[in-house]
Design a protein around this ligand. Structure first.
Ligand SMILES: Nc1ncnc2c1ncn2[C@@H]1O[C@H](COP(=O)(O)OP(=O)(O)OP(=O)(O)O)[C@@H](O)[C@H]1O
Ligand SMILES: [Mg+2]
Length: 376
């Protein structure tokens, strides 16, 4: 599946935007504030119906305007499709697939998968485990859509058990209801299913991560692995462990043990990247993770996500910039990469990369002499 083109009206700084994307790499350059991230955000918005930068859709309206529209043309195995999103101030967001209204673009089979790297996504590496858990679950859903239900089931049971233990605060243990035990049994079953899915997703990514991270220049045996909070796959053991924590849970008013405490751990040289990685190493770790996920999705589902890489080069050295470009050009799938300076994206002249430049609010192809920067 390929995103052939994107068009937008009154989106962020653009009154009108029309551009094709390359079938492999598209490089978008422009000065600070020129509109690079806005374009990348428009592509994401057109593919998903959401922004990758904000939860407040109102921010997307070009200043002083009331209605915006973004559409992307997609080439799928069964032909060409158009996904579109329209937003008018004060009204509900509207979405269409091939002009037919839909509730969510995310549910359409014609939707391309999208993977996004924004500078603040480094939080995924540096931040709390919740972000990495959610990320792993997203991969799981993309790899095996029918298993997304496992996570929802666990979340629902956990919410019910949390509500129950919160109500029991101050109640003597002898008067705790029997259905606490019933919730535990359900939590354990759903929890073990979720843990098995997460372990399988992490195991699928791990070998690609090691290979890609090394290719990008993240040295000293980089690894990614699933770190479950619960160390058993036995229902009985998990159940007993939960039961042993009843009093603590009631005291705190929530469930303190289970896969909602899992983590995904990235390491190099046996040390956690989150704690010990340099800025550049964390950035490479995140990139390697996203690229490894892309490789797994290409391999197992024949659906390599479109990579939207915003300002990814700025903290990479020359060698690693070149390695990233080589990797993007030599693996299946599309990528859009932004940079303030075209020299930061060393694309060989013979490659099929598409060069775009944004200046003064308008988009153009790169000048013909923007060619061989292989030695930068
Ligand atoms: N809703 C909006 N309406 C009009 N302009 C906007 C809106 N939101 C943001 N802008 C402006 O769009 C311009 C371009 O922003 P963008 O983030 O795309 O720049 P950029 O090219 O990515 O720059 P940098 O290299 O600094 O990251 C900025 O001047 C910003 O103030
Ligand atoms: Mg930007």
């Amino acid at each position: 599946m390929q995103v052939r083109s994107v068009s937008a009206r009154d989106f962020r700084s653009y009154d009108r935007l029309e551009t094709d994307l390359g079938s492999s790499l598209t490089v978008l350059t422009g000065e600070n504030g020129a509109g690079k991230t806005n374009l990348l955000e428009a592509v994401y918005f057109g593919c998903t119906g959401r922004s990758c930068r904000t939860h407040h859709d109102a921010e997307l309206h070009r200043f002083g305007t009331a209605t915006l529209r973004v559409s992307v043309a997609v080439i799928a195995p069964d032909g060409r499709h158009e996904l579109a999103v329209g937003l008018t101030r004060g009204e509900a967001k509207r979405m269409w697939v091939d002009t037919a209204p839909v509730e969510r673009l995310l549910d359409t089979p014609h939707r391309p998968l999208v993977s996004v790297f924004l500078p603040d996504r480094l939080d995924l590496i540096k931040g709390v485990p919740a972000g990495r858990r959610a990320h792993l679950d997203q991969l799981l859903g993309a790899l095996w859509p029918s298993r997304a239900q496992t996570r929802r089931a666990y979340a629902q049971i956990l919410a019910q058990r949390n509500a129950l233990v919160a109500r029991l605060r101050g109640v003597a243990p002898a008067r705790w209801p029997d259905h606490l035990e019933a919730w535990d049994t359900q939590l354990v079953r759903a929890g073990l299913a979720l843990m098995a899915d997460r372990a399988a997703a992490a195991a699928a990514v791990a070998p690609h991560f090691g290979r890609i991270a090394a290719a990008l220049g993240l040295e000293d045996a980089p690894t990614v692995s699933y770190r479950p909070r619960v160390a058993t796959d036995s229902e009985d053991v998990f159940l007993n462990e939960l039961r042993a924590r009843w009093e603590r849970d009631v005291e705190r008013g929530h469930t303190g043990y289970g896969p909602h405490r899992d983590d995904l751990v990235l390491r190099r040289a046996d040390h956690d990247l989150r704690t010990y990685g340099s800025q550049g190493q964390q950035r490479l770790g995140l990139l390697a993770l996203l690229l490894a996920e892309r490789a797994v999705l290409a391999e197992q589902r024949d659906r390599a996500p479109l990579m939207l890489l915003d300002d990814v080069m700025s903290e990479l050295d020359r060698t690693r910039r070149r390695r990233l470009v080589d990797l993007l050009l030599s693996t299946p799938g599309q990528a859009l990469i932004t940079a303030t300076d075209s020299e930061h994206v060393p694309v060989p002249r013979a490659s099929a990369a598409v060069q775009l430049v944004v200046a003064g609010g308008a988009l153009t192809g790169a000048p013909p002499d923007g060619g061989d920067r292989a030695d930068c």
